[in-house]
Design a protein around this ligand. Structure first.
Ligand SMILES: O=C(O)C(=O)C[C@]1(C(=O)O)C=C[C@@H](O)C=C1
Length: 379
């Protein structure tokens, strides 16, 4: 059924259309300026992401908005969305090449998604990149000849084997790096296989990010930092933040951040499926937070099972961490079994205290996410 309207409403809508069209022209103007900024930054070797400029700009626009009766959060939302566009557009101009005399970069597993992304970023920064994928080992010598850096980006299950068996005779000046999501075992394997500079990296994002602005790359130092410091600088120019960590500390955190998280998501979907839940009615009756939850679960099953198996099975110790979750689940479940409402509230308060200041911070963050989920709805 067509939406009802009146003549007066249509006149006002025409005026709104006019304002929206002006907005479009202003957006075009901003994008053109940002393209010029991209070219200037490319020339000067400046990072794509400028947090201080962003903070100062947002503070000024928020105050100006308030002065004319506009919610500060509105202009902040609009500008943050526009800056996301800036990261993408500035990226296309390319990046300053920090190390010009490196020789070629060989990405082992260069046809995988993450390998491809790093290849693309290095290409955009002027490096010559070649891929050495699983079917290319017969030509490995030719491909590796003249390499200044070799980056290993193969499935976790075969990373150490590939390093030990295939990369033990690289020239000493060559940098050996990996992008694996665990760090202790690959770092040890690289240190044993290679005498030269070694560095472990873990990009804390999936390959579908449009740009690296604001993303985190964990770095675990191996040896010869002075020889690969340029790479960390290059990653910073791409807009990412480099976070240093000890490999064991990183791997411990990954048991929660990756193994536990993805396994719980898997079990959530496993349960919905085994219970034969009617997804149509769940979707129809979803609150925004449930919709977001379904999206987080559903997106897992749209991806490669091998990748998640790799992540979940990467560390044997994850079993212990996940088993504790099951124990705690069972403990909490007894509260329901025994209809212990007061006990539930007491536990809730204890955990809430434990979260401390983070709890209200997370509530604010999630509010913005939930509002975006609602914005995405079309009916
Ligand atoms: O001013 C800059 O440095 C820009 O790159 C432009 C811009 C923006 O869109 O306003 C984009 C990214 C930066 O993080 C900050 C601001």
């Amino acid at each position: 059924m067509a939406e009802k309207t009146t003549e007066e409403l249509e006149q006002l809508r025409d005026l709104i259309d006019g304002v929206d069209q002006q907005l479009l022209h202003l957006l075009r103007k901003r994008l053109d300026l940002v393209a010029q900024v991209g070219a200037v930054k490319h020339g000067a070797g400046l990072p794509i992401y400028a947090p201080e400029r962003e903070a100062a700009m947002l503070a000024k626009r928020r105050a100006e908005a308030e002065a004319i009766g506009i919610q500060p959060q509105l202009i902040e939302d609009v500008l943050r969305r526009l800056m996301r566009e800036s990261y993408l557009n500035e990226k296309d101009v390319g990046f300053k090449q920090v190390r010009e005399d490196l020789g070629k970069v060989v990405i082992v597993g260069g046809e995988g998604q993450l390998g491809k992304l790093f290849g693309q970023m290095l290409n955009l920064s002027g490096y010559q990149v070649v891929s050495l994928d699983k079917d290319d080992w017969q030509q490995a010598d030719a491909l590796l000849d003249g390499a200044g850096m070799v980056i290993v980006s193969v499935p976790i299950a075969v990373t150490c084997e590939v390093i030990r068996e295939k990369l033990s005779s690289l020239p000493e000046h060559c940098i050996l790096a990996d992008l694996t999501s665990i760090k202790s075992a690959p770092l040890t394997a690289m240190m044993e296989a290679h005498k030269g500079p070694v560095v472990g990296l873990h990009p804390m994002f999936g390959p579908d990010v449009g740009s690296l602005a604001k993303q985190v790359v964990v770095v675990c130092h191996g040896r010869g930092q002075q020889h690969y410091q340029w790479l960390l600088e290059q990653i910073t120019i791409w807009g990412a933040r480099v976070v240093e960590a000890e490999a064991p500390q990183h791997d411990k955190a990954m048991q929660f951040v990756q193994a536990m998280r993805h396994f719980c998501t898997f079990v959530y979907g496993f349960n919905l499926c085994n219970e034969g839940v009617d997804m149509e009615s769940l979707l129809q009756f979803s609150s925004p937070i449930y919709r977001l939850e379904l999206a987080m679960v559903g997106r897992l099953f749209a991806q490669n099972p091998e990748l998640y198996a790799d992540i979940i099975f990467a560390q044997k110790d994850s079993f212990g961490v996940i088993s504790h979750y099951l124990e705690n689940f069972t403990k909490a479940l007894t509260l329901i079994e025994q209809q212990d409402r007061a006990g539930f509230i007491a536990e809730f308060e204890r955990v809430s205290q434990w979260f401390g200041e983070l709890a209200p911070q997370f509530r604010n963050e999630s509010r913005a996410m939930l509002q975006s989920v609602n914005d995405l709805k079309s009916h």
